[in-house]
Write a protein that binds this ligand. Structure first.
Ligand code: KMH
Ligand code: ZN
Length: 271
C-alpha cells in the first residue's frame, strides 16, 4: 500500500479559542502548531489564517506571514491554503492567497447547507478558482461533502476545467452534507476511477473512525482542530499534534508507512 499522507488542518475558519483554548491563531502559534504536527507525522498543513482577535482572514499579507513563520520552523512541509475561507466570504477574497503560489490549495466543489449556514460555491466561482489554481501551478485538493460533488468533479474533468490526476478530500460529517457513516465513505471510494487519490476528513466524532478506515483502505487522512477539537468523547485534545500522533500509531500498528513531505510530493505528483 502507498505510504499514508497525513494532513493537519490546524486552525480552520469556524473553531474559536473559546471552543478549544489551544487553537493556533497568530502566525507564531500556527508555526509552532505546524512544527509539532509535522514532527508527529503530518506532511501537509491545511491553512486558514486569522486576525489577532481570531476573526477569519483572507488577507494575502496574513497568509504570507503565516507561511513564512511555518516554513521557518519546518521548511519542507507542504502548505495547502484554503480557498474555502470562512462562510460568507466573497470569491475575490477567497482567491487572493493563490498569488502566493503555495504547493496546494483547496477547491470546494458545490454549494450546500453548512450547519445553520450556507456554503456558497457558484459553478462560475468554482471555475474561476480552478483556473487561478492551475495558472499558478498549484495542485488543487478537491473538497467533496456529498456524492453529487464527486460526480460534478468528473464532469468538470471531462470539460477540462479540472485536470487529471485528481486528488480528493472527502469531508464527512458537516450537517448539510453526507455524515461520517462509514458506508458513505465506502460509497464515495467505490465511485472513484483508479487514477485518483483520496483522503478523508471526518468532522467531530467521525474523525477517528474514518481515519482508521482510510488507513486500512489505502486512502489518506486529515485531522486537526478545523474538523475536531476532541481527543475522545467530552475530552478536549491538547494539541493538533496529539491528533496526528494517534493516526501515526494506528498506521504503525497496521503496517502502513507514514509519508514524509518528500514522499507525499511524489505521491501527489507535486514537482
Ligand atoms: N470554512 C468552511 C466553510 C476549505 O478550507 O476549503 C470551508 C472550508 C473548506 O474550510
Ligand atoms: Zn479548511
Amino acid at each position: 500500500m502507498n505510504p499514508l499522507i497525513i494532513t493537519c488542518a490546524i486552525t480552520g475558519a469556524e473553531t474559536t479559542k473559546k471552543d478549544q483554548s489551544h487553537l493556533p491563531i497568530t502566525p507564531k502559534e500556527q508555526a509552532l502548531a505546524a512544527k509539532a504536527a509535522v514532527m508527529a507525522g503530518a506532511s501537509i498543513i491545511h491553512l486558514h489564517v486569522r486576525e489577532n482577535d481570531g476573526t477569519p482572514s483572507q488577507q494575502v499579507e496574513r497568509f504570507a506571514e503565516a507561511i513564512g513563520a511555518i516554513k521557518k520552523e519546518v521548511n519542507d512541509v507542504i502548505i495547502q491554503i484554503s480557498t474555502g475561507g470562512a462562510l460568507g466570504e466573497n470569491i475575490e477574497n477567497r482567491a487572493r492567497p493563490l498569488q502566493l503560489k503555495p504547493e496546494m490549495a483547496s477547491l470546494n466543489l458545490g454549494t450546500m447547507n453548512f450547519g445553520d449556514n450556507i456554503f456558497y460555491n457558484h459553478p462560475k466561482d468554482i471555475e474561476i478558482l480552478a483556473k487561478k489554481i492551475y495558472e499558478n501551478e498549484i495542485l488543487p485538493e478537491l473538497e467533496v461533502y456529498e456524492a453529487g460533488m464527486l460526480e460534478s468533479a468528473f464532469r468538470l474533468c471531462k470539460k477540462g476545467i479540472l485536470k487529471d490526476p485528481m486528488h480528493f478530500q472527502f469531508v464527512l460529517g458537516v450537517p448539510g452534507g453526507m455524515s461520517g457513516d462509514v458506508r458513505n465513505l465506502l460509497h464515495l471510494v467505490s465511485l472513484l476511477p483508479s487514477n485518483v487519490g483520496w483522503a478523508v476528513a471526518g468532522i467531530g466524532r467521525y474523525e477517528l473512525p474514518l481515519a482508521i478506515h482510510a488507513v486500512l483502505l489505502g486512502g489518506h487522512v486529515r485531522v486537526g482542530f478545523e474538523d475536531n477539537i476532541y481527543y475522545s468523547k467530552g475530552v478536549l485534545a491538547e494539541s493538533n499534534a496529539q491528533l496526528v500522533e494517534r493516526v501515526v500509531r494506528i498506521a504503525e500498528e497496521t503496517g502502513r508507512e507514514v509519508a514524509t513531505p518528500l514522499v507525499a510530493r511524489k505521491l501527489l505528483g507535486i514537482r
